[in-house]
Write a protein that binds this ligand. Structure first.
Ligand code: 7TS
Length: 419
């Protein structure tokens, strides 16, 4: 898709965006009778045909419950589910497929660690370090745990550009620190955090690190062994897979040491009224009938990602972000929020005298989908003294022409709405 076609539609980074667009059916619909411009990719990505087909094929050709039937369908479904786990393992370079737990997504992955590892290892007086730019899903589970265990949260601050202050982080680490949980890529600012360095610093004191990879996974190669993270959480729907499926990576020895998350079928080895013994990892953490279809389709999304030239896709997304940022800067009254040196394809901004939601609603009438508000990162907004932003988040299937339409729309919105 990226390097073979000679359609003359390649971008500066050598990525063939027109070829990429063909395989995403939803990019060809209209919204309010205008061609859809989808700039809400940080919320969820659109799905390529192969992923949509994988769901339909599962239900129409081999739907069955897994790991319990001897019959043909059950075996076919079990094999596909198990293969999906291996695909994910290879994709994030985990050592063993047993280190991959299927969850509902990033939120459930983090909650799983908080409720199991957290309850076992965090006690009164302990401290957990988070950063100021965490998504609520990497704040609230830890806050709930701290309330229950009488522990405390410590927060890594950031500068005005949206970059974490590593010197301040080092000062927060003490003998009371039991965990660091930090976001790989910020969803509201686009900052790519130096997680490898953050992990290295924590490991000097033997402190485990959980990384929220929700925004990183679709845009860059993730190598959990190279990062040396202890846990890595992500969602399928942000990486071209279905909703309702995601993963928790955990180092095997940590997963093995953790109590189960939920009780039920599949997670047990034997049950009697006197005593239950648990299944081995990862099944210990996957109670009940899992989300078979979506796990299989997530495996297909991984195949899809492996089939594209990710380097040039990522370079092109960066190009789009820079292009949009430069154009936005030329608009009177626009202020970019999140100007880190190391950024992914998110542009967040505010417009002086224009309510973000009003601007978003105006863009919607033009068929342009952006997100407005605090993006589930209220502490970031508080730190920057703003109620929220307008956010355009790009994927490699977006174009500069679409950015131009948004810029034109914003100019009109300002004329209409500016107070
Ligand atoms: N962490 C980050 C960094 C996120 O961006 C999100 C979702 C989550 C966790 C939660 O993921 P979930 O799949 O479990 O819901 N972020 C967004 C967003 O930016 N707009 O909508 C959802």
């Amino acid at each position: 898709m990226s390097s073979s076609a000679s359609t003359g539609t390649k971008t500066v980074s050598g990525f063939d965006v027109q070829e990429a667009r063909k395989i995403f059916p939803l990019l060809h619909v209209t919204a309010h009778n205008k061609p859809l411009i989808y700039f809400d990719n940080a919320a969820t990505s659109q799905k390529p045909e192969v992923v949509i087909d994988a769901l339909s094929t599962y239900y129409s050709e081999y739907n069955a419950n897994i790991h319990r039937g001897v019959h043909f369908l059950a075996q076919t479904a079990s094999q596909a589910y198990d293969e999906a786990r291996i695909k994910v393992q290879k994709f994030i370079h985990a050592q063993s497929e047993r280190e991959i737990i299927f969850t509902r997504g990033t939120t459930e992955s983090i909650n799983l660690v908080a409720s199991t590892w957290g309850r076992k290892n965090i006690s009164e007086g302990d401290e957990i370090i988070l950063s100021v730019m965490e998504h609520h899903s990497n704040i609230v589970p830890w806050q709930m745990l701290c309330e229950e265990q009488k522990a405390t949260l410590k927060i890594i601050p950031m500068n005005d550009n949206g970059e974490l202050l590593l010197e301040e982080y080092k000062k927060l680490i003490s003998s009371k620190t039991k965990l660091v949980a930090v976001v790989h890529v910020s969803n509201s600012l686009g900052t790519i955090n130096p997680v490898k360095e953050i992990i290295r610093i924590a490991h000097e004191k033997n402190i485990p690190v959980l990384v929220d990879g929700a925004q990183a996974i679709a845009h860059d190669t993730v190598d959990v062994q190279d990062l040396d993270c202890d846990f890595y959480a992500f969602s399928g729907h942000k990486m071209f897979g279905p909703t309702g499926i995601g993963c928790l990576y955990g180092k095997l020895h940590l997963l093995e040491s953790m109590p189960p998350y939920q009780g039920g079928g599949e997670m047990i080895q034997s049950v009697s009224f006197e005593k239950t013994t648990y299944n081995e990892v990862p099944f210990k953490f996957e109670a009940g009938t899992p989300n078979i279809a979506d796990a299989i389709a997530l495996g297909t999304a991984v195949d899809f990602l492996n089939s594209i030239d990710r380097k040039s896709a990522s370079a092109y997304e960066h190009e789009l972000m820079i292009y949009a940022s430069e154009k936005l800067k030329l608009i009177d009254g626009v202020k970019l929020i999140g100007t880190a040196e190391n950024k992914t394809s998110v542009v967040s901004f505010i417009i002086e005298g224009v309510n973000a939601m009003d601007a978003g609603m105006y863009l919607d009438t033009l068929g342009i989908a952006v997100r407005t508000g605090h993006h589930c990162t209220e502490p970031v907004m508080k730190r920057l003294h703003i109620p929220g932003t307008i956010r355009a988040s790009f994927m490699f299937y977006n174009t500069k022409e679409e950015v131009d339409v948004m810029i034109e729309g914003l100019n009109k919105a300002i004329k209409l709405l500016k107070k």
